[in-house]
Design a protein around this ligand. Structure first.
Ligand SMILES: [Zn+2]
Length: 275
């Protein structure tokens, strides 16, 4: 056996045994109308790989493009979770169900969504439902499991449609995803963990829309004190303010390491172990 081949096998074996391969890939960082419709930022959602269980959250417009471009394979997904039915969180759910089930050839994967995304005007086509192993309705205060991963939807958010964030527990890490909401104290009482991912659409507070702003995010980060906070889901006011500069300022003001997500950024959860 050549030395090169031997080295290649050793590298492969090391990668297989890497216990800290848990990661979150940001398929897009656009939030709300204008950053999404202009695609100044991508809008594909979050792709989790946790203990080899792969989960897609909020497949917004372009998810199929962003995921295939990054060689993330939908036929390895165990589940798709929608925080709510708004277009920037659900537009590609149908094509992602098609891809997860290999065009319906294999009945596989679960869909988790609030009731109002599934009832009167469902975000998923009827014929695609039969491609899934099942559909679970998200409800306030409930726990769910996907393989060896569990998550809860601790509180209903204040948003125009039924909306939930998620608190995930893997064997090694806990982290929260705070989806769209108007700020209310229940957010600080309901979420936690080592990592906080927050949808921060707006730069300024005191706006009429039911989205979080930078002052809201600062307050939540100070209250929850995660090891790392990641800002994402930027509207135009955030994008113009350069999210990475906003994150830098929030790091100084909160004492917590705050990162602005970038399109395609892969966050390795093992970074949490070094803090
Ligand atoms: Zn929304």
């Amino acid at each position: 056996m050549s030395n090169v081949l031997l080295w290649f096998i050793v590298i492969l074996a090391m990668e297989d045994k890497n216990p800290s391969s848990d990661s979150i890939t940001f398929l897009g960082t656009a939030g709300a109308r204008f950053t999404v419709t202009s695609q100044v930022l991508a809008s594909g959602g979050l792709w989790l790989n946790l203990n080899d269980t792969e989960i897609l959250i909020d497949p917004g417009p372009g998810c199929i493009v962003q995921s295939t471009k990054r060689k993330l394979r939908a036929d390895k997904l165990s589940a798709i979770i929608l925080s709510h039915r708004h277009l920037d969180h659900s537009a590609d759910v149908n094509i992602m169900v098609e891809a997860m089930s290999q065009g319906g050839l294999k009945r596989r994967g679960w869909l988790f969504a609030p009731a109002d995304a599934l009832e009167t005007e469902p975000v998923i086509f009827s014929y695609l439902k039969s491609y899934l192993e099942g559909i679970e309705v998200l409800k306030e205060g409930k726990s769910y499991s996907i393989g060896n991963i569990s998550f809860t939807t601790p509180i209903r958010h204040i948003h125009r449609v039924e909306t939930y964030g998620m608190l995930f527990r893997t064997g090694e890490h806990t982290f929260s995803y705070i989806a769209d909401s108007l700020y209310f104290d229940g957010l600080c009482h309901s979420y936690g963990g080592e990592l906080l991912i927050i949808n921060v659409v707006r730069l300024e507070a005191n706006h009429p829309y039911d989205h979080l702003s930078v002052p809201d995010a600062e307050h939540i980060i100070k209250e929850l004190k995660p090891k790392i906070a990641i800002l994402t889901h930027f509207g135009m006011t955030m994008w113009r303010a350069k999210p990475w500069q906003v994150a830098e300022r929030l790091s100084q003001e909160t004492g917590v390491r705050v990162i602005a997500a970038r399109d395609g950024m892969r966050f390795d959860l093992s970074q949490l172990d070094d803090i």
